[in-house]
Design a protein around this ligand. Structure first.
Ligand code: ATP
Ligand code: MG
Length: 313
């Protein structure tokens, strides 16, 4: 089974300051740049776990766009359908204090906000030949609708991205085979769909997952950082424990959960086992620096999955 991811492709700049960051003055820091954006990070992790993988979205006609595409291509991702836009390439800038805490972050995602149906050539073989499509709520609603309508026989998975953007998925819920969200994103999505109606408490991940399934989602995975992952389908409602781990960097944890789950589904695993593979991929990722680290391999996922699986009778 081959996969394609649609959504944000950013250039991330991360500053790690040598001392606590203050306003109104400059602080010495080490700056690094790397690819970012939910769809790009999921594609990077998928390219490690389940190649081949294609990525669709937009970058600018600028040197940042050239560099991003070259770097993604070098990671084995098919970027032949990435739209070159007149907007500057999307950028994310994060300022980290010496303890790793986030002092501030800003994002310029105007290029993805400006995408219109038609900018992405979904009939291109790199996308059309994929059996599993992943979309994320950085895409504008008309583009999400266009891709969902074109998905037809394919498996369609989606990520809710943020509290602010999650409601963009409201109109495509009944077409989604798999929905990934965290607890607060799930609550925001339900709030949108059920204006005025009863909604589960935002702290109840299992109730949120079940409520999203009742709205037409095939399988819903509601994550909550180190707290258990809720999984609901029409026939399953279960909580999967997150094994304790020495966390180095939570960047890309959610993206790894998605990539691990989808890579396992692409191998024919059932959804509960695939979710456990997602947790294994997230576990590998939080123990390393950055999204899609070199330690994220299918063998590593299998190793973590076997270690975390309940003993069989
Ligand atoms: N502190 C942590 N310790 C252990 N595992 C974690 C931690 N944070 C995240 N994870 C793992 O990553 C998965 C996804 O994390 P989380 O719920 O934070 O996603 P998210 O809110 O979508 O974050 P993002 O998309 O910004 O990465 C969790 O289900 C868990 O397996
Ligand atoms: Mg997330």
């Amino acid at each position: 089974m081959t996969l394609a991811a649609f959504g944000a492709i950013h250039l991330d700049t991360l500053a790690h300051a040598e001392r606590a960051i203050l306003r109104d003055t400059s602080t010495p820091a080490r700056l690094t740049t790397r690819p970012g954006g939910v769809a790009a990070n999921v594609a990077r992790a998928l390219a490690r776990l389940s190649p081949p993988c294609a990525l669709a979205g937009a970058v600018g006609r600028d040197s940042d766009g050239d560099a991003l595409l070259a770097s993604l291509r070098a990671e084995g991702i098919d970027v032949s359908t990435v739209h070159r836009s007149d907007h500057p390439t999307g950028r994310y800038l994060a300022l980290h204090d010496p303890d790793g805490g986030l002092a501030a972050a800003v994002v310029d995602g105007a290029i993805t906000d400006a995408l219109r149906p038609g900018d992405i050539d979904i009939a291109h073989p790199a996308l059309a030949e994929a059996d599993l499509w992943f979309i994320e709520a950085n895409l504008p609603q008309p583009v999400l609708g266009q891709i969902a309508a074109a998905a037809k026989h394919r498996l369609l998975a989606a990520d809710a991205v943020s509290i602010a953007k999650a409601p963009r998925l409201a109109e495509v819920l009944d077409r989604l085979d798999i929905l990934f969200c965290n607890r607060l994103e799930g609550a925001a999505l339900l709030g949108q769909r059920r204006a005025g109606g009863p909604a589960p408490a935002p702290e109840d991940a299992l109730a949120i997952a079940s409520a999203l399934v009742a709205l037409g989602v095939g399988a819903c995975l509601v994550s909550d950082g180190p707290a258990p992952l809720a999984l609901a389908t029409a026939g399953i409602c279960m909580s999967l424990a997150v094994a304790p781990v020495a966390v180095r960097d939570v960047t890309g944890a959610g993206d790894a959960l998605i990539a691990g789950t989808l890579a396992a589904r692409a191998r024919g695993w059932d959804i509960a086992d695939a979710a456990r593979a997602g947790l294994a991929a997230a576990r590998v990722t939080v123990q390393a620096q950055g999204a899609a680290p070199a330690t994220l391999t299918w063998d590593a996922v299998l190793g973590e999955h076997a270690a975390a699986a309940p003993p069989t009778a």
